[in-house]
Ligand binder design. Sequence first.
Ligand SMILES: Cc1ncc(COP(=O)(O)O)c(C=O)c1O
Length: 361
Amino acid sequence: MSRGYNFSAGPAALPTEVLQRIGEELPEWGDTGASVMEISHRSAAFIALAEEAERDLRDLLAVPPNYRVLFLSGGATQHFAQLPMNLAAPGQAADYVLSGHWGEKAFAQARHHCTARVAASSAEAGFVRIPPRSEWQLDASAAYVHFTSNETIHGVQFHDVPEVGDVPLVADMSSDILSRPLDVSRFGVIYASAQKNIGASGLSLMIVREDLLARCPETIAPIFRYAAFADSGSMPNTPNTFGWYVAALVFKWLQRQGGLVAMAERNAAKAALLYEVIDASDGWYRNPVEPVSRSLMNVPFTLHDAALDGTFLAEAKAAGLLALKGHRAVGGMRASIYNAMPLEGVAALVDFMRDFARRHG
Ligand SMILES: Cc1ncc(COP(=O)(O)O)c(C=O)c1O
């Protein structure tokens, strides 16, 4: 089978150019005479890669100087637990805003360490909208306010940074980081798993305001302290060197695309194509999310007759449109259209959807 358009939610499609480059230099990286997977993380060549990756990321997101960039092992789920360990004293309050599945997961992990509170939730409405800011009940003494900027399963996305006063804002941006420009200075911590817009799974990126690193209680073992990563170039132990290398290539690719302003324009155009076909289908296809909260990264949709789901997926796959099955929590389909999905891929999906509805109408 040749390479199709991959709508997987994660691990997700990577830019073809990046994959080709990895293929070319896998046996021998630069002038090291070895694979990037086979050299020391303390070698001059790898340290140069790590430093350049950080510079490129800072450049892409205009990260202010008082923020540290960390490349951490493990996925965002690990940081659901590790963040409260670092930012909150045991038993201290932390506010969680729930707009979907991943916010709930973050909240559940945090409860093991601090007094996590639900400050707002759209669970009752079935996670089809962002809870309106006017309904949030924030605790001014909370260690931080946590939210999920894009809910990968429910297809719900924040399109503005919420105002929360002096309490540090912490965002899980696993499924929309690098998809648009961002005012980093509005946040205490931004973190993301790599397997959507950054690279390969098993790596997380964190951007953390420097002063917050000092909050970690002495009782937390050094390997779980973010300060230990900040103090050692993210290398208190052997990092995920291959994942870091892939991320570095993706950052270069993003720069060649014109940076995040260009990505945001392209992502908006892709999402508009998909929502247009859904909304113009007279209920043949449906997306349940309130229009102002719709995600530009993950578009869940159902067919008017769920009995056609299997045929839709089989025909889509035969047409080279891959991984469109929705998450079991919401059913139906989901098209994940992260940075690496070209406009042509979405255009091919939209043509297929129109044709499928006509043939099975
Ligand atoms: C928004 C969001 N947060 C967290 C996670 C969990 O990431 P991981 O499985 O890498 O821990 C995911 C995974 O898809 C996600 O989409």
